[in-house]
Design a protein around this ligand. Structure first.
Ligand code: HSE
Length: 430
C-alpha cells in the first residue's frame, strides 16, 4: 500500500479475470470515491499472452509468471482466478503466508481444501474473500456472514447451477427431452463441452459445502454430502409432477433435523407457488429460513463474465477499505464449530414423489399401498395412468416419511413380479 493507493495483482485473465480488469479500469474513479483509495492494477498474470493482449495489457503489468504477481511489493491484494485445486491452492497458500489478502472465485478449491486455507488465513490474520465462489453476482456470502449474523439458519435451499436450471426449465416449459435441452445449453454457451460436473450435481455440491460451512458453522463437508444430478430424470416424471402441481429444480439443500445437518444436492419437486419454483432459465436463487429474520430469498445471475467479476470486485473493495483502517476481515468464522454431525439420507424426512412402473395384474395398487403402510409410509395422493403399452406408471405422493423406511418398502416392492422397472423417487421440498 502506498499512500492512498492499493495494488491489485490478478492471476488468471480468463473470462472472470477479464471482467475484473474491465471493472477496475473502467470504473476507477467511481471505485476510488467509494473505497477511499485508488485501486491500481499492478500485475495481471496469464499462462498465454493472447488474453492479456486482448485486454490491452502490456509489460510490466502483463506477465506470464505467477510468482512475479505474488512477490511484487506493490501488490497488496492477490486475486486468484485460475480455477483448479492444485496450482490455485499453492497460490492462495503462498499469498496468505506472505500476509497478502486473497480474493478467489474458486468454489472447488474452497469446498475441497478450504479448511486448511482458512486456517492459514486465520493464523496470518489475513483476509480471504470468496463472494464470487457461490452464485456469482448474488451477494449471498456477505448476506449470510453479515446480514444474518444474529440468526441461526434453519433451512437453506439453493438453485446454484444455471446449466441445470436452464435444462430443467426447457424440459418443463418446452417439453424438450434431457439430451436436446443439454445440447441447446451447450450451443448457448451455458454448459461445458463435458457437462458432467454441472449435470451430476458436483458444482452445486461445492457451492453447498461453502454455504453450509458459513451458515451452519460446520467445517466444509463436501465428501459427506449426498449428490444426485439431473441426467436420469425422465420427461414422463417431469410431466406427471407438473400435472400434480409441482415444478422440478436441482436444489442444494442444507437443513438441520434432530441434531444432525442434512446436506444434499438432488432434483426436487416444489409446489408451483413456492418462490423458488419461479426461478427459471439460467438464473440462480438461494432461499433461507432463519430463526429471527425468518424468510429471505436472493435471486440473480450465478455465472458469466461481468456478474462474477462484480462479486470479485466487491471483495477487493471490502478488503481495501479494511486495510485503510488497519483491520482484517473476511475471515472464515465458524461460530458454532462442529455443532452438527452430517446426517445420512436414510434419516432424511420429507414428502416423496414415488413412481412405480408396473405391468397389468390383479391387486397391484393394493399390494403397493399395503407394503408402504407396513413400512410406515403414508400415501397423500395417488395417480395411475391408463396406458396401452406394457408399462403402466403409478405415482404416489407420500406424507412426510423417513427415507430409510421408504427405501425398505421400495426394495420389497421392486422384487414383485408385476414391477417392470426400478421404482424412482423424487424428494418434495418446502
Ligand atoms: N457452471 C456453473 C453454472 C457456473 O452452470 O451455473 C459456474 O459455477
Amino acid at each position: 500500500m502506498s499512500g492512498k493507493e492499493i495494488g491489485v495483482g490478478i492471476i488468471g485473465a480468463g473470462t472472470v479475470g477479464g471482467g475484473v480488469v474491465k471493472i477496475l479500469r473502467d470504473k476507477a474513479e467511481m471505485l476510488e470515491s467509494r473505497t477511499g483509495c485508488k485501486l491500481n492494477i499492478v500485475k495481471v498474470a496469464n499462462r498465454s499472452t493472447g488474453k492479456l493482449d486482448a485486454l490491452g495489457l502490456t509489460a510490466p503489468v502483463a506477465t506470464t509468471d505467477i510468482d512475479e504477481v505474488i512477490n511484487d511489493e506493490n501488490v497488496d491484494i492477490i486475486v486468484e482466478l485460475i480455477g483448479g485445486t492444485e496450482k490455485a491452492y499453492d497460490i492462495v497458500e503462498k499469498s496468505l503466508n506472505a500476509g497478502k489478502p486473497v480474493v478467489t472465485a474458486n468454489k472447488a478449491l474452497l469446498a475441497e481444501r478450504g479448511t486448511p486455507l482458512f486456517n492459514i488465513a486465520k493464523e496470518n490474520n489475513t483476509p480471504l474473500g470468496f463472494e464470487a465462489a457461490v452464485a456469482g453476482a448474488i451477494p449471498i456470502i456477505r448476506s449470510i456472514r453479515d446480514g444474518l449474523v444474529g440468526d441461526y439458519l434453519q433451512n437453506l435451499l439453493g438453485i446454484v447451477n444455471g446449466t441445470c436450471n436452464y435444462i430443467l426449465t426447457q424440459m418443463m416449459e418446452k417439453g424438450q427431452a434431457y439430451g436436446d435441452a443439454l445440447k441447446d445449453a451447450q450451443e448457448l454457451g451455458f454448459a461445458e463441452a463435458d457437462p458432467t460436473f454441472d449435470v451430476e450435481g458436483f458444482d452445486s455440491a461445492h457451492k453447498l459445502a461453502i454455504l453450509s460451512s458459513l451458515g451452519f458453522g460446520t467445517n466444509v463437508e463436501f465428501p459427506k454430502m449426498h449428490v444426485e444430478g439431473i441426467s436420469k430424470l425422465t420427461l414422463s416424471d417431469i410431466n406427471i409432477a407438473q400435472e400434480l402441481g409441482y415444478a422440478i429444480k436441482l436444489l442444494a439443500v442444507a437443513r438441520p433435523d434432530n441434531g444432525k445437518l442434512f446436506l444434499s444436492v438432488h432434483p426436487s419437486l416444489l409446489t408451483k407457488e413456492h418462490p423458488m419454483a419461479t426461478v427459471s432459465g439460467s438464473m440462480n436463487a438461494v432461499s433461507l429460513f432463519a430463526d429471527a429474520a425468518q424468510e429471505a430469498m436472493f435471486y440473480g445471475r450465478g455465472a458469466g463474465e461481468m456478474p462474477t467479476a462484480s462479486a470479485v470486485v466487491s471483495d477487493i473493495v471490502e478488503i481495501a477499505r479494511n486495510m485503510l483502517c488497519g483491520c482484517a476481515s473476511l475471515r472464515w468464522a465458524p461460530f458454532d464449530k462442529n455443532k452438527f454431525e452430517v446426517g445420512q439420507m436414510d434419516d432424511y424426512n420429507c414428502r416423496y414423489f414415488v413412481r412405480f412402473s408396473v405391468k397389468e395384474d390383479f391387486g397391484v395398487f393394493g399390494t403397493i399401498a399395503t407394503i408402504l403402510g407396513k413400512h410406515k409410509v403414508s400415501i397423500a395422493s395417488a395417480l395411475q395412468k391408463e396406458k396401452s403399452d406394457d408399462i403402466i406408471p403409478i405415482v404416489m405422493v407420500t406424507h412426510t416419511a423417513r427415507e430409510g423406511d421408504l427405501k425398505a418398502a421400495i426394495s420389497e416392492i421392486d422384487n414383485l413380479k408385476f414391477v417392470s422397472e426400478k421404482t424412482g423417487i423424487l424428494r418434495i421440498e418446502s
